[in-house]
Design a protein around this ligand. Structure first.
Ligand SMILES: *Cc1c(COP(=O)(O)O)cnc(C)c1O
Length: 356
């Protein structure tokens, strides 16, 4: 029961969890027993239900498919050694989803609908939360326009859905990135600061070109001057130069990452100087040349920290210090893992316990 809308629950007849090795499944392809679905029509949120995960009938004319009114979130639930389940920073993802909704002219989701749906879903599927050291349950809330109509306009109907999938031993190999100055992830006045589906579609072609040159990802630059780093792939990017942590400041082309925010909070807790500002290609390459660069990494919910060990630019490849020497990001990774697993004090109140 939410303040405004009842959640109707239809449980699966027999759980599929024992058919899957949830601590080892490939990421993103195995879905847990249930999903949460809420419907918006006639100017308000109306029906909400939890039902067995599965296919649903939808029209090929559905407006999300043609004109891209589609947004999403990504967050994770963790299981402690005692078997308690907690979700990391859910209120931040909730707020960001509504920020995305506003920019894409979609209806905002009431907080109780989001939180009650989320908590009830994770409670029901708590057996799907991996207990391995680096395991988690990945949670994908999304909002799509469902009008059956061809014609560009704001949709009148929407569905808000939450699906989840176990992420076993998530480990991200160190990556090499290519500086991208021909294609842009985001532009001034655009939608780069929100999690709109189209941002990801547009990134695939430049990423494919980079992969053909032997890089795993691109590192995006700003569309106006090509002088400043923005993000790497679908992660925020950070640099440790000397004793300082540098990361591009938030703007309408930078996604306000929850992991980014958490890394900055830990750095400040530890008394490390932090600068959120434009970071130029020039200063980074100078720091590589004069040996003051210590670490470069991407950060996001999927990997937490993705170490960047090489940067390609103008036909040259620049090597970065080995991962084994990266004290700061290694400490961040361990600290976040310990907080999430309930092994370290959660000073910032990041974990939300799910009543089981
Ligand atoms: C989701 C995302 C991030 C990381 O955000 P988190 O909240 O840390 O997962 C960074 N950049 C882009 C473009 C993203 O889509």
């Amino acid at each position: 029961m939410t303040g405004t809308i009842d959640i109707k629950v239809e449980k699966i007849k027999k759980s599929r969890v024992s058919e899957n090795d949830i601590n080892n499944v490939a990421f993103g392809k195995c879905f847990s027993d249930h999903m949460f679905v809420a419907e918006y029509a006639d100017g308000k949120w109306q029906k909400a239900s939890i039902m067995p995960y599965g296919d649903v009938p939808m029209s090929y004319a559905m407006s999300a498919l043609h004109y891209g009114q589609a947004i999403f979130e990504g967050m994770k639930a963790y299981k402690s050694d005692k078997g308690e389940v907690s979700i990391f920073r859910a209120p931040d993802n909730f707020k960001r989803l509504n920020k995305s909704a506003v920019r894409m002219a979609m209806p905002e989701i009431p907080e109780d609908l989001f939180m009650n749906g989320l908590i009830e879903l994770i409670r029901l599927d708590s057996a799907w939360v991996p207990s391995s050291e680096t395991g988690s349950l990945y949670i994908r809330p999304f909002l799509i326009a469902t009008d059956e109509a061809i014609g560009v306009k704001i949709s009148d109907t929407y569905k808000f859905v939450i699906i989840t999938c176990p992420a076993g031993k998530y480990y991200s190999e160190p990556i090499k990135v290519l500086v991208e100055t021909n294609y842009y992830r985001a532009v001034k006045g655009g939608v780069g600061f929100v999690k709109a589906a189209g941002n990801y579609g547009r990134s695939l072609y430049p990423t494919k070109l980079a992969q053909q040159k032997g890089y795993q990802q691109v590192i995006w630059t700003d569309s106006e001057t090509q002088q400043y780093f923005e993000e790497s792939g679908t992660m925020n990017v950070m640099f440790v130069i000397g004793d300082k942590l540098l990361t591009p400041g938030l703007s309408d082309t930078i996604l306000d990452g929850v992991t980014r925010n958490s890394v900055l909070a830990l750095a400040r807790d530890w008394g490390m100087p932090v600068e959120e500002r434009k970071v130029s290609i020039k200063e980074v390459f100078e720091a590589i040349e004069n040996g003051t660069i210590k670490e470069v990494f991407g950060c996001g919910t999927a990997a937490t920290i993705a170490q960047i060990i090489g940067i390609g630019h103008n036909g040259k490849e620049y090597a970065l210090p080995p991962v084994s020497e990266r004290k700061f990001s290694t400490r961040v990774d361990e600290t976040l893992r310990n907080i999430r697993k309930g092994k370290m004090e959660d000073k910032h109140g990041w974990m939300m316990k799910v009543p089981l």
